[in-house]
Ligand binder design. Structure first.
Ligand code: GLC
Length: 456
């Protein structure tokens, strides 16, 4: 470790060397600065990975890169490809983009899942893009950008796609497996919590930024209605605490008709063993997924933390979620904050849920690995709920180790004590997440403006 450099300074070095330029303008950040990254697309700018970097830029008052990023990503919509002969919707935004040279001329190339491993659909991109647009507008006061014809049209196309009726039977959004940060098969098809939280954040943005002109009336009404129905649905059906667990434990099944209580026909026998005794009177969380005969009891960090940040969870629920972290620190934070999902799928369930994916073996990568890029969400949620003590502990645990380990993408093991087997070094959202967390904790003045930027 270089004694002259602090972890924070080193994290800034990673951020500064990650900036991606197009025609001499900064337009984003690459995913990893590791010269030996495990896949070529880590040299691209991923929409979701850029978010913590963007929030650091906002804190520094460096907003030009965010404006360029927002407009660049929007513009890339025109590169939407026909996939396997199938014409896809215009409202979809790319997972990532790169700058390549064509006959000595720089061009941008987007990936809408058409190059990605497993051809997965980047459903979260447009959701994050909208949330960032709002953050940019709040931070700069540049309403002109949001009200420009290009951005208004972009928002309308996104809403037309995301509000289009498909096969939903509830206000929760229906998506395929691997459509967000967990972009490999992991049994997160249907109605994963993280997508619902981001959808909620995106709808809140739309309500604020879509101009109330005649052509937007129908969309705005749909947005208002969906915000209400989604919020109540998640609060009723996803929430799990001792009382609710007791109720589920004694549910009647096979109820037909409008008076049914157990509307999804959840069999109490599906309650996994670890849940019994896991929840105290003070704790609770939003379960990972809900569907017919299905309740995915796994605890997904990002979905729960974003629900706190975007106000999808109530204040009381927020407190109980943070208490769960407090009571199960070893399992949910471990040596390196923080567990992406608890518990891991093991044995035959692993084979069945992941398709025998060797990258997602139990307690690794998306299947129960520990991801420092989630630290900023944890820190912000802890501050929002008055649990700075937890954020201080987590950041203290992470900072020297992340610096010494050269900013790995993820950690393996039940407690996240090993550098991820296939993790990149110099992963940019690992570094930016630490910068954000430290600054939020050390510069109390930054919290109010940061809260405004993220809705609360
Ligand atoms: C992996 C992650 C994904 C991330 C990307 C770039 O594919 O699963 O969430 O955006 O790497 O870091």
């Amino acid at each position: 470790m270089d004694a002259a450099t602090s972890p924070l300074e080193d994290a800034y070095k990673v951020l500064n060397s990650s900036i991606l330029y197009f025609k001499n303008k900064p337009v984003g950040t690459v995913a990893a600065c590791d010269p030996e990254a495990v896949a070529p697309n880590y040299q691209e700018c991923f929409v979701r990975d850029f978010i913590p970097a963007a929030l650091v830029f906002i804190m520094n008052g460096e907003t030009e890169i965010i404006r360029n990023f927002l407009l660049t990503v929007l513009d890339l919509k025109s590169q939407q490809k026909v996939m396997e002969g199938h014409q896809r919707a215009t409202g979809l935004l790319p997972a990532s983009f790169r700058v390549v040279e064509n006959d000595g001329v720089e061009i941008l190339q987007a990936d809408f899942g058409d190059r990605a491993i497993g051809r997965v659909a980047p459903v979260d991109s447009a959701l994050w893009w909208m949330v960032l647009l709002r953050a940019y507008v709040i931070a700069t006061g540049d309403k002109k950008l949001a009200h420009s014809p290009a951005v208004q049209t972009g928002m309308r196309q996104i809403l037309e796609l995301y509000l289009k009726e498909s096969f939903e039977t509830s206000p929760a959004m229906l998506v395929p497996d691997a459509s967000f940060m967990i972009d490999r098969r992991m049994g997160v098809y249907g109605h994963p919590l993280e997508i619902q939280a981001l959808f909620y954040g995106m709808l809140r943005t739309a309500k604020e930024l879509l101009l109330p002109i005649k052509e937007n009336h129908v969309l705005l009404e749909m947005v208002t209605k969906r915000l209400q129905t989604l919020r109540s649905y998640v609060r009723i059906y996803y929430w799990l605490d001792r009382d609710r667990l007791n109720a589920i434990h004694r549910l009647k099944t096979e109820e037909f008709g409008h008076e049914a209580v157990n509307v999804l026909n959840i069999y109490p026998e599906i309650i996994p063993d670890y849940v019994d005794g896991w929840l105290s009177e003070r704790s609770g969380y939003l379960v990972g997924n809900i569907g017919a005969g299905r309740m995915d009891f796994r605890f997904f960090s990002s979905g729960n933390l974003l629900s706190i940040l975007f106000g999808l969870a109530t204040n009381e629920e927020g407190q109980k979620i943070m208490n769960l972290y407090d009571e199960h620190w070893d399992l949910l934070i471990g040596e390196m904050p923080l567990k992406i999902v608890y518990p891991a799928e093991e044995g035959e369930r692993w084979a069945w849920v992941t398709g025998r994916d060797p990258k997602n073996v139990p307690w690794s990568y998306h299947n129960g690995g520990n991801w420092p890029c989630l630290l900023w969400e944890f820190t912000a949620a802890a501050i929002w709920t008055g649990r700075e003590d937890l954020a201080h502990l987590a950041v203290h645990q992470a900072e020297d180790r992340l610096y010494k380990d050269q900013w790995p993408e993820y950690y393996d093991g039940r407690k996240g004590s090993l550098i991820g087997r296939r993790a990149n070094y110099y992963q940019v959202w690992t570094a930016t997440s630490l910068i954000l967390s430290k600054r939020l904790l050390e510069e109390p003045g930054s919290i109010d403006s940061f809260k405004a930027v993220l809705f609360t």
